[in-house]
Design a protein around this ligand. Structure first.
Ligand SMILES: Cc1ncc(COP(=O)(O)O)c(C=O)c1O
Length: 424
């Protein structure tokens, strides 16, 4: 069922009775930007794998008076006064997160997925330690050893890859590299791997070499909440995640761990890598965790996967080379080369048609593919028949002559119009 509010008109989603016209009267320039973004989200197809439409309740928490509150520290032990409601919000968020994922401890203060990974490294590693993680060329995140990121600068990353033919993680290669390099930590998780990760296998490899296991489950964590993907919590020493993406909460990070690491993780977030927590975001995380614990969310996550499978199948019929031959998750990566374009050209042509997605690395060669997901369109209420339509629109956008782009664009708009992300 689509969430209900007015995304196309952000005035409707302002919380707490604030006069929705205040922003327009005071700052029409920014009001126009917000209204434009609302229209953009509503009249094109949001297929970026990491995006979703949060509920009006999550938006209300984000726009709440907790946005004004400073709350350095943790509930019951803050450096600022007046934290009784901030404490309540954080305690509720922590309780809901631990219950949702079956973890002994949750830290809900990480400002983002990257901050969560930084805190996990800070808790478990020392600068110069060796870390085994998926190479960026295969779908590793920037925090998995990019030279442009703190991770690549401060740690000695050894990359593992995926099999060039199947696109699947080669667990034997991971094992061989682990035994050869004896890493202090192994990271499992990716920005583009469309299949379930075998956390038990990673745990076994980590144990063989005495390494910690860090699961960076930013992408599948929403599916985990709904029982549509395996849970890394029983296997990893620390699980890092984002609260946006399929989980459909505010932009932010989350860390889960056992009781024995709780204090180290908390201190790695604050005061080691962050200052004051963003209490409005933490309240919004609590709302999202509450939503994710409902049967409706469980059904949603299974629909997300069914839609991704339907879309992957239909795109395969249209000639796209689907990496790994399909998907277990919300996420699909594909090579558009059989349709005559590489990932960058495909992204631009699809964007012109109102289909918004990313490029990605491919398991073989230097070419780029496209990466997309079904979390947002499923929130809008789209189903299998719509996925077939979207696949046909992909093919039309890439195959047709430039002057037919207008026709594809209007078909995309017509499809998007049938499923407004918010109703006002
Ligand atoms: C696997 C993984 N780790 C970390 C992140 C970083 O999250 P953020 O952009 O919130 O810092 C992402 C974001 O896409 C991700 O996919």
């Amino acid at each position: 069922m689509p969430v209900t509010a007015a995304a196309a008109d952000v005035r409707e989603t302002n919380a707490h009775g604030a006069d929705v016209d205040v922003l327009r009267r005071q700052d029409p320039e920014i009001a126009d930007v917000l209204a434009g973004e609302g229209r953009r989200q509503a009249d094109s197809l949001q297929l970026i794998a990491a995006e979703n439409f949060v509920s009006p309740a999550v938006l209300a928490a984000l726009g709440s008076p907790l946005a004004n509150k400073y709350a350095e520290g943790y509930p019951g032990s803050r450096h600022h006064g007046g934290c009784e409601y901030a404490d309540a919000a954080e305690r509720i968020a922590v309780r809901r997160a631990t219950e949702l994922f079956g973890a002994e401890h949750a830290n809900v203060q990480a400002h983002s997925g990257s901050s969560a990974v930084l805190a996990a490294y800070a808790a478990l590693l020392r600068p110069g330690d060796t870390v085994l993680a998926m190479g960026l060329a295969y779908g590793g995140h920037l925090t998995h050893g990019s030279p442009a990121n703190f991770s690549g600068r401060w740690f000695d990353f050894v990359p593992y890859g995926v099999d060039a033919e199947s696109g699947l993680i080669d667990y034997e290669q991971v094992r061989v590299l682990a035994h050869e390099h004896r890493p202090k930590a192994i990271v499992c998780g990716s920005i583009s791997y469309p299949r379930h990760i075998d956390y038990a296998e990673f745990r076994e490899i980590a144990d063989e070499v005495g390494a910690c296991l860090i699961a960076d489950a930013a992408h599948p964590m929403g599916l985990v909440a709904g029982g549509a993907a395996p849970n890394p919590v029983p296997y990893a020493d620390v699980v890092c995640a984002t609260t946006h993406k399929v989980l459909r909460g505010p932009r932010g990070g989350l860390l889960l761990c056992g009781a024995e690491l709780a204090e180290r993780i908390d201190r790695a977030v604050f005061p080691f890598t962050q200052g004051g927590a963003q209490m409005h975001t933490i309240a919004a995380k609590a709302v999202a965790f509450g939503e994710a614990a409902t049967p409706a969310f469980t059904a949603y996550t299974h629909r997300v996967v069914a839609n991704a499978r339907a879309l992957a199948d239909a795109l395969g019929q249209e000639g796209f080379a689907i990496t790994t031959g399909g998907t277990d998750t919300h996420l699909i990566t594909a090579d558009p080369a059989p349709l005559g374009s590489d990932g960058r050209v495909a992204k631009a042509r699809l964007a012109a048609a109102g289909i918004v997605l990313d490029t990605c690395a491919l398991p073989y060669g230097d070419g780029r593919g496209i990466r997309f997901g079904t979390a947002a369109v499923t929130t809008q209420g789209m189903g299998a028949a719509d996925m077939e339509r979207i696949a046909a629109l992909f093919a039309a956008a890439l195959r047709e002559e430039p002057d037919s782009a207008g026709r594809v664009r209007s078909e995309v708009r017509e499809l998007a119009d049938r499923y407004p992300p918010y109703r006002g």
